[in-house]
Design a protein around this ligand. Structure first.
Ligand code: NDP
Length: 495
């Protein structure tokens, strides 16, 4: 077992005194306060980043606004697509660098950083690039009475909304940042990104690559720092849309702030307490590897991943025995070691939160398998299964956003649906079964933005993604994002 060698370019990048990225260049921070970035596997400080202030946010917004008016909104759709494709090429050329940055700051297994985070960043950028030449309006024929032979025609046109604020969480910072960049740039908008204070580096590097790709200075800006950077962005009158991905409490605060800021448009991609429903006909041996992979990927720190397994009573004992055995085989270790199967949690505050949930479960004697907090350096906990029966239990109700999953038996479909839909969240769900009519009857009854059948946690740019209930407002991907990033203008002509 050995760790991958950190590239010399990354070693140098880490030692830089990082500032913000505004108007196509690095801008040194005004405040002397710095945020330390720790490798979650070792707790060693690996870099520091700047704490942005209001003045720097305003500079970044001005830069994005100028670039919108004077450059990007007037660039031909073909050229916008070309440049996003070029950025995707550069992501691939620098894939190992970006993957190492992600792994060093998030604790994501190196192969997950390579084959999911970075690879999908390029895939999504190319998908959005393709949309640039395909965004269009419609023509209409009004029925207004004609007194003197005049005629009427009407059409709609989609115009880019302007400067977008993209606020990004720490779990997939590069890929989620790229979703926001792709949506904004393909429609002709410009963007100011606010990465999470824990995982800032890969987006700073992506902004540099955008300049290399020929994307004009000011089209992509990055201001680093804490939550107040996001607040300044939302309050800026030149920001016309906020695209937020993160937790429900922050999302609600952001939505309210955006409404107060002259009804700034806002889309919210928030948390979930997602259900995987295992019906009576399921072959446990067959589904288990895929289900556990989808559940414990990135140590469960995936908004779409299941946190509750609803298992039909007839399969409950078999499921618990086999799932417990399987998760105990996970090799827990350094995320830079290609043979590790399970790494650390991403940052210390989150580690404390998950630890508190595990301690609560231990106190209540709810642990079926796993549940240990590993001693030594790094934010490591075991993949865990809990037995939860009470729907008011905090472990049933709250998103742990960790590898802490409940197994809940059910007898009837009605009882199961009542429990699944009891949640205030509604991001994703999956149904595991080959009983076609039962599955098709269940799909409309499950309250979730995405329902998968015999799969879970797969996102594809051609399929819309977003939550219902407290899991969010708006949809990303497919053509669903276009509404959020453009204004629909109606034109009527009398002739
Ligand atoms: P947070 O809500 O804590 O933070 C998200 C981002 O918002 C960070 O950049 C954060 O900055 C910033 N922020 C914090 N406070 C404010 C504020 N008052 N105003 C503006 N911005 C603010 O989420 P996490 O980073 O902890 O991410 C985990 C959450 O994200 C989970 O709930 C998960 O389910 C959800 N998520 C949802 C996804 C989806 O597509 N639906 C996808 C991925 C994650 P800072 O980090 O500096 O505090």
């Amino acid at each position: 077992m050995s760790e991958v060698q950190i590239l010399s370019s990354i070693q140098q990048f880490l030692t830089r005194k990082h500032g913000h990225f505004i108007q196509g260049q690095h801008v040194e921070a005004e405040l002397s306060e710095r945020i330390e970035l720790k490798n979650p596997a070792t707790e060693q400080v690996i870099a520091t980043i700047a704490c942005g202030n209001e003045n720097e946010v305003n500079q970044a917004v001005d830069s994005a606004h100028d670039a919108f008016i004077n450059a990007w909104a007037n660039t031909s759709p073909y050229e916008r697509g070309l440049k996003l494709n070029k950025l995707a090429d550069l992501v691939e050329q620098h894939a190992e660098e970006l993957a190492q940055l992600e792994t060093l700051t998030t604790g994501k297994l190196i192969n997950l950083s390579r084959h999911l985070e970075v690879a999908q960043t390029a895939v999504f950028l190319r998908y959005f690039a393709g949309w640039a030449t395909k965004i269009h309006g419609q023509t209409m024929q009004p029925s207004i009475p004609s007194a003197q032979g005049e005629k009427y025609t009407a059409y709609t046109v989609r115009q880019p909304i302007g400067v977008v604020a993209g606020i990004v969480p720490w779990n997939f910072s590069l890929m989620i940042g790229a979703w926001k960049i792709g949506s904004a740039l393909t429609t002709g908008c410009t963007i100011v990104l606010k990465p999470s204070e824990f995982t800032t580096l890969s987006l700073l590097r992506l902004a540099e690559l955008a300049i290399e790709a020929g994307i004009p200075a000011g089209v992509i800006n990055v201001v680093t720092g804490k939550g107040n950077v996001g607040q300044y962005l939302i309050d800026s009158p030149k920001v016309k849309k906020v695209s937020f991905t993160g937790s429900v409490p922050t999302g609600i605060a952001i939505g309210q702030q955006a409404m107060r800021s002259d009804l700034t448009r806002v889309s919210l991609e928030l948390g979930g307490k997602n259900a995987a429903i295992i019906l009576a006909d399921s072959n446990i041996d067959e589904i288990l590897p895929r289900l556990l992979q989808a559940t414990y990927v990135h140590q469960g720190q995936v908004c779409a991943a299941p946190e509750q397994f609803f298992v039909h009573q007839s399969k409950y004992d078999e499921f618990v025995a086999k799932a417990s055995g399987a998760i105990q085989q996970f090799v827990i270790g350094s995320p830079l070691d290609e043979s590790s199967m399970f790494g650390p949690l991403s940052n210390q505050p989150h580690f404390e939160k998950v630890k508190a949930y595990l301690e609560l479960a231990k106190k209540n004697d709810q642990i079926i398998a796993g549940g240990r907090i590993l001693e030594g350096q790094g934010y490591f906990v075991e993949p865990t299964l809990l037995k939860i029966t009470d729907i008011h239990d905090p472990l049933f109700v709250e998103e742990t956003f960790g590898p802490v999953v409940n197994v809940i038996p059910f007898e009837t479909e009605e009882e199961m649906l009542n429990k699944v839909n009891h949640s205030r969240f509604g991001l994703t769900a999956s149904i595991w079964s080959n009983n076609l009519s039962q599955v098709l009857n269940l799909i409309p009854k499950v309250e979730a933005g995405s329902v998968w059948v015999n799969m879970h946690t797969f996102l594809d740019p051609s399929v819309p993604f977003g939550g219902v209930k407290a899991s969010g407002v708006g949809r990303e991907f497919s053509d669903a994002f276009i509404d959020d990033y453009t204004e629909l203008k109606s034109v009527m002509i009398c002739y």
